[in-house]
Design a protein around this ligand. Structure first.
Ligand code: LLP
Length: 442
């Protein structure tokens, strides 16, 4: 196909003509994008655009990949519900025997609705209220984290209210830095999450006098979208050291929760997280820890809280081009999905690749933008075929922190969501209706 001349021509860039790297269950078949064995075009025609479309088998594949890391450690994964809390997605995760990590009573209720047993749900969060904790205890949730002395007191008060004991993990701030967006680096000195090392002794002094809280272990979640294996290992070493020191003081710990954070390569040039390095490193750290434990101490079990890694590359947004225009030497391609459907580019300057649903050689540079009345509603600059109004595009890696962060700003209807399995696609969430925009108003 020839360039329309609207986009800046990039024929000189050979890499631009190569097909994009896609996850296993996404492919071009005779030039048309397929999700598993289902045509992306057909999905868009059946359900309209913008549309979130997920591959269930990709989620299963990601879980298998993660299991290779986890099994040698005997670690248990708890899926971070916040990444994608759709029931259709949660059911897949539950059927793979993962637990669920929740940060609100709302997420707990969704996880229960999807069928997770209460004993397989962890309740995290730095601002739980007494109502949240009492509500969770009533629903049979057993493990809670606390990340301040106030939250520890709150667990005790809620336990007393419900006359139910809870098991607690103390979330410790590793004070590390990590190569990710500043909003996603939560283990840093000065971050609002976790207790500092000096505060640990305050909690240890208080715990023996509490009637309803029993310390079960420690928790360190330090960030999200981390691609450097060494950072995970640093934090694991830190956690192992804290455990050693506490055990030496006679504190019994059964759980080391290392949190989530496993990143994915959103950009074409990014390398995936080296799971093999992680597996070897974790293996060494925890073998050493076991050897160093005083006699009679329980060997703590390891928990992980992956969110993004399981679902991000399993979802795309299918979107249609609604306008093409030019200004100041730039070509704009306006699509019908924007920051309301994917906030990540505007909030974290995240890169999500946009690709044509019907493949042809990319020749022109476009600024792909959404329809929302904000300058920040820009997906990014892409080399595309000479796209025209009505063409379909897929925005990649939209399975995590995307539909769940969608808003109705600008009176936009939240899109439908479909789950693909082989040649079958099920609607797992209907598109908002106009009346949904005012349904809660009185
Ligand atoms: N555990 C805790 C305590 C967390 O706070 C989080 C994520 C996770 C586990 C899961 O992290 P993951 O494996 O998905 O990286 N909205 C942002 C991500 C925020 C993550 C918040 N906490 C984004 O779109 O990138």
């Amino acid at each position: 196909m020839e360039s329309t001349g609207i986009g800046r021509s990039v024929n000189q860039n050979p890499a631009a003509s190569e097909k994009p790297r896609l996850p296993e269950f996404f492919s071009y078949v005779r030039g048309a994008l397929q999700i598993d064995k289902t045509s992306a075009r057909k999905l868009a025609e059946t359900h309209g655009t913008p549309l979130y479309a997920y591959s269930g088998r990709q989620i299963e594949r990601n879980a298998q990949t993660l299991k290779k890391l986890i099994e040698p450690l005997g670690a248990e994964p708890y899926y971070a519900v916040k990444a994608n809390p759709r029931l259709g997605i949660l059911k897949i995760v539950k059927n793979l025997s993962l637990g669920a990590e929740a940060v609100s009573l709302g997420e707990i209720k969704i996880a229960l609705k999807a069928g997770f047993p209460p004993q397989k749900i962890l309740f995290n969060g730095n601002g739980k209220t007494i109502g949240d904790v009492a509500g969770a205890l009533k629903l049979g949730i057993k493990i809670f984290n606390f990340d301040s002395l106030d939250q520890l007191e709150l667990l005790e008060a809620a336990g007393k209210k419900q006359k139910t004991k809870c098991r607690a993990l103390i979330r410790i701030k590793p004070e590390n830095d990590s190569a990710t967006h500043p909003y996603l680096a939560v283990g840093k000195k000065g971050s609002k999450f976790g207790v500092t090392l000096p505060e640990i002794s305050g909690a240890m002094n208080r715990l023996p006098s509490l009637k309803y809280v029993e310390l079960a272990g420690i928790h360190t979640h330090f960030g999200s979208q981390i691609l450097d294996a060494e950072t995970f290992l640093e934090v694991a070493r830190f956690s192992a050291n804290v455990v050693k020191q506490l055990m030496a003081l006679g504190v019994k710990l059964e759980i080391i929760n290392l949190g989530g954070g496993f990143g994915i390569p959103y950009r074409e040039e990014q390398q995936p997280l080296e799971l093999e390095t992680l597996r070897r490193g974790y293996g060494e750290i925890f073998r050493e820890l076991r050897a160093a434990l005083p006699a009679g101490c329980p060997v703590p079990s390891i928990l992980l809280e992956p969110g993004r890694f399981l679902v991000a590359n399993a979802g795309v947004i299918l979107s249609r081009v609604v306008s093409i225009k030019k200004d100041a030497g730039r070509a704009f391609c306006v699509i019908d999905a924007g920051m309301t459907e994917n906030l990540r580019p505007a909030l974290y300057q995240a890169r999500h690749r946009a690709i044509p649903v019907d493949w042809s050689k990319p020749t022109d540079i476009f600024q792909v933008v959404g329809p929302v009345c904000e300058n920040a509603d820009i997906l990014g600059e892409f080399t595309l075929p000479p796209v025209k109004v009505g063409d379909l595009m897929a925005i990649l890696d939209c399975g995590a922190y995307t539909s769940v962060m969608a808003t109705t700003y600008n009176g936009r209807l939240r899109p439908a969501e479909v789950l693909v399995n082989g040649a079958k696609a099920n609607l797992i969430r209907r598109r908002d209706r106009y009346e949904d925009l005012w349904q809660n108003e009185t």
